[in-house]
Design a protein. Structure first.
Length: 388
């Protein structure tokens, strides 16, 4: 992969694809983490004497039509302030390619408004390619998509390279997967085994200890023969979970399941939370967090690890009565001397809720892309840069 760091972009039009998909509520950006992560890339291109044209998306609009809710207007405003220069938002760039002077930055309106973006339409990709001289791919969170702005454009432009954020994310993941310090722990929580089956399988081959959390843990608990009541779990995947437990045992990987849990009889903040041992969950109860004994056990394990990979909460941390397990785990990760690597949309929300941003060794900006990388899949947005 060529890197922006090594390329002469002086007096060139640099077309960058960034991940600026921030949460916006009533026109206000509620978390600026992704923009902050992208700023050094824009600054690098400016310092090297380029004109900067940014491509990005926001949310999931319907393709082929403009929808104000998904406009990047608030991002353009944020960028103008952060860079201390006017960053215009350009809407009609496909019909009227903007003329951008050296030292200037423009933001192109949401690429997902364009027909053919998600289908990776070659005609659209060619039109993107005409907007710049050099393509810089730097949205790690979008490189697992073969879209016109993440993949196609790189094929049709003369020079395509990786930006510094992408380079760093990939280097970090490589390090974690190929040469991690042992012992290594993976915590894979969240809602569904089905969404993380492949990542669980891949990590069993790498780690010494695996902690499944949340709805994923429930499926494993059921696989062990315990009653999970009305909990979120996937009966179809019980056999799969059992096979994984067998395989882990064979490999000497320790899979840690909860010994106690927090249950309620409804999925609600108002529900009465009760601690139960894993044997005592009743038919009408829902497991919504791990219990205090389990939380202590997790903390002790985390303390002894050299490398910790964390994706997915171990409880419904968005609701106060069920947040303690994830909070205790987050604090243990914050306090450990080992190297901690975390990623995932809800995981990052939990990290910020518990205020440990500065104590995690590395927080990935990728969610799906990070998981696919760990699974060993080819990420189209990376592959196209390597081929180039
Ligand atoms: P990430 O975005 O970090 O990859 P996921 O999207 O896989 O994480 O999962 C996050 C969601 O899992 C959260 O909304 C959380 O409430 C939910 N969750 C965690 N534990 C449970 C549980 N026991 N029952 C139901 N949902 C759970
Ligand atoms: Mg999520």
């Amino acid at each position: 992969m060529r890197r922006l760091q090594d390329i002469d972009v002086k007096d060139k039009r640099v077309l960058m694809r960034l991940d600026l998909n921030v949460p916006v509520q009533d026109g206000k950006i509620t978390s600026d983490a992704r923009i902050q992560a992208a700023l050094p890339t824009i600054q690098m291109a400016l310092e090297k004497g380029a004109a900067v044209i940014i491509m990005a998306h926001l949310g999931r609009p319907q393709e082929g039509k403009y929808d104000e809710i998904f406009s990047l207007a608030s991002v353009a405003k944020y960028l103008s302030e952060a860079l201390d220069q006017d960053v215009p938002l350009v809407k009609d760039y496909l019909e009227n390619p903007p003329d951008v002077a050296i030292g200037e930055v423009v933001l192109l309106e949401n690429v997902r408004f364009n027909e053919g973006e998600k289908k990776n339409d070659p005609e659209l990709a060619k039109r993107y390619a005409q907007l710049g001289d050099i393509f810089v791919s730097d949205g790690f969170g979008v490189v697992h998509r073969a879209h016109a702005s993440t993949h196609g454009v790189a094929q049709y432009i003369k020079i395509a390279c990786a930006g510094p954020l992408l380079v760093r994310e990939v280097a970090m993941l490589k390090q974690i997967l190929l040469a991690p310090k042992k012992p290594m722990l993976a915590i894979i929580g969240g809602a569904k085994v089905s969404s993380k089956l492949m990542v669980l399988k891949a990590l069993i081959e790498k780690v010494n200890v695996l902690i499944p959390g949340g709805g994923i843990a429930n499926t494993f608990i059921a696989a062990e023969g315990y009653n999970v009541g009305n909990s979120l779990y996937e009966p179809d995947l019980i056999n799969e979970a059992r096979a994984m437990l067998e395989h882990a045992k064979m490999r000497g990987v320790n899979v840690i399941l909860p010994v106690d849990v927090v249950v309620a009889d409804e999925f609600s903040v108002e529900a009465k939370a009760m601690v139960k041992t894993i044997e005592d969950v009743a038919d009408n109860e829902i497991i919504l967090d791990v219990g205090p004994q389990t939380a202590d056990m997790f903390a002790r394990i985390i303390h002894d690890m050299q490398t910790i990979v964390w994706n997915g909460p171990v409880g419904v941390f968005e609701m106060a009565p069920f947040a303690a397990g994830t909070k205790s785990m987050a604090q243990a990760i914050a306090n450990t001397k080992g190297f901690s690597f975390a990623g995932g949309g809800d995981t990052i929300a939990a990290i910020s809720q518990f205020g440990i941003e500065d104590k995690v060794s590395y927080i990935s900006t990728g969610g799906g892309s990070m998981l696919e990388y760990i699974e060993g899949k080819t990420l189209p947005g990376l592959a196209v840069l390597e081929e180039k």
